[in-house]
Design a protein around this ligand. Structure first.
Ligand SMILES: *[C@@H]1O[C@H](CO)[C@@H](O)[C@H](O)[C@H]1NC(C)=O
Ligand SMILES: *[C@@H]1O[C@H](CO)[C@@H](O)[C@H](O)[C@H]1NC(C)=O
Ligand SMILES: *[C@@H]1O[C@H](CO)[C@@H](O)[C@H](O)[C@H]1NC(C)=O
Length: 372
């Protein structure tokens, strides 16, 4: 479930052991109450909740959500203070202003643009300058009524889970990094609506998990890519992908984006996570103690965490599969490993903190976390 091992990752086993001990103890004392999907609850009138898609709620009559996550958020002051559904999730050309440049230039990627070429950023954003770039789902889909999403992490808990049909039954399925599907259809499903990554995690996954079956990034007509802007590389690759030309500069120079994303390249196929959204998520949901250590510059939420929180800010209901649970030690690091490999905690992510967040969101009925 952790990222592929990069050269910059350091082992912090002690920290992990300490944190996960606390985590497990917390889990034992907390009794989860029945989730919102298990019992009958009053169907709320659309428009009653200011949720991710509230702007469209007036026209969404066909299939209202029985229990939208925004309603669950409202029931918990703690989460109500964290969630801001008005925060832009995606970055597009229309949002670019001098003020945005000035503010994002104060922070390093993935939270901003400090040290990055203004010209490179503007070239990318000028290609993402239409209404499709501002939202994950098309406006027609927003009329449906209830958007149900599954976010599939790569955790070993999915091995033998037989959750494939359940996952595919969601309106949208998010996957990320080394999302091996072939041979694991029964456990992880086949549908992919969004694939999230940084160029670094994608390329590391293709190298590290090649022998385990990750030979290509998911591709398909209805599939969209979510770039996490962790480096200038991400902006440069995104520009080349939309233009359909080889990467011109940087460590990926010469790469042909079609080899990753398939022949059909158009601006609407690619989405870019807003650096301000990544700051907001980190600040409010995943403010790790690691930030104040020597690993502070390495730390960022995991790709899985960014995708799950993206879904929680755009979908009406969210189920998480293959994410870290309190009993993670029972399972292999990834579902596609052949021999059990323990999950190792690296200093670039704070998986115990993420596990506690998923557990609390599940307990509050804001998401449904697959556990076994
Ligand atoms: C986006 O399009 C508008 C209107 O055509 C234009 O004024 C603006 O400069 C574009 N933004 C970028 C970043 O290219
Ligand atoms: C980091 O340290 C600063 C200053 O000591 C403190 O205000 C902040 O809360 C700390 N952050 C975390 C996440 O521990
Ligand atoms: C995956 O599940 C199978 C069947 O339950 C089991 O035999 C195998 O050891 C598991 N693989 C890993 C890596 O845990």
């Amino acid at each position: 479930m952790g990222l592929p091992r990069g050269q910059l990752l350091w082992l912090l086993l002690l920290l992990a052991a300490a944190c996960s001990g606390v985590l497990f103890a917390l889990f034992l004392v907390e009794k989860p109450h029945p989730g919102p999907w298990s019992g009958a609850r009053n169907t709320i009138a659309s428009g009653a909740v200011s949720g991710p898609n509230a702007v469209n709620s007036g026209t969404r009559k066909s299939r209202p959500c029985r229990y939208p996550l925004a309603l669950a958020v409202q029931r918990y002051p703690h989460f109500q203070a964290l969630f801001d559904f008005s925060k832009p999730v995606l970055l597009s050309g229309g949002l670019f202003t001098q003020e945005l440049w000035d503010s994002l230039s104060q922070r390093k990627a993935p939270y901003g643009w400090q040290g990055l070429s203004r010209q490179a950023i503007i070239s990318t954003l000028s290609l993402l300058n239409n209404s499709e770039s501002t939202q994950l789902f098309g406006s027609r889909e927003l009329l449906w009524g209830c958007i149900r999403c599954a976010v599939v992490g790569n955790g070993g808990i999915l091995n033998g889970s037989r959750q494939g049909l359940n996952i595919d039954a969601h309106d949208y399925v998010f996957r990320l990094n080394g999302a091996v599907i072939k041979g694991f259809e029964e456990d992880v499903g086949t549908k992919t609506s969004f694939y999230g990554f940084t160029v670094n995690t994608m390329k590391n996954s293709l190298i590290s998990y090649k022998k385990l079956g990750f030979t290509s990034v998911p591709q398909g007509q209805d599939l969209h890519y979510i770039f996490i802007p962790s480096d200038i590389r991400d902006y440069v690759m995104l520009t080349s992908a939309i233009l359909g030309v080889p990467v011109r500069t940087g460590p990926d120079k010469g790469d042909r984006p079609q080899t990753y994303f398939g022949p059909e390249a158009s601006a609407s196929k690619f989405k870019l996570l807003h650096p301000g959204f990544i700051s907001y998520l980190t600040e409010r949901f995943l403010k790790s103690k690691l930030i104040n250590t020597t690993f502070g510059n390495l730390y960022m939420p995991s790709t899985g965490a960014l995708m799950l929180l993206t879904a929680l800010h755009t979908c009406d209901q969210v189920s998480a599969f293959g994410f870290i649970t309190s009993n993670y030690w029972k399972f292999s690091d990834h579902y596609f490993e052949r021999i059990k490999k323990p999950l190792i905690f690296y200093a670039n992510h704070d998986l115990p903190l993420e596990a506690a967040l998923w557990r609390d969101l599940h307990t509050a009925g804001i998401l449904q976390l697959y556990q076994r």
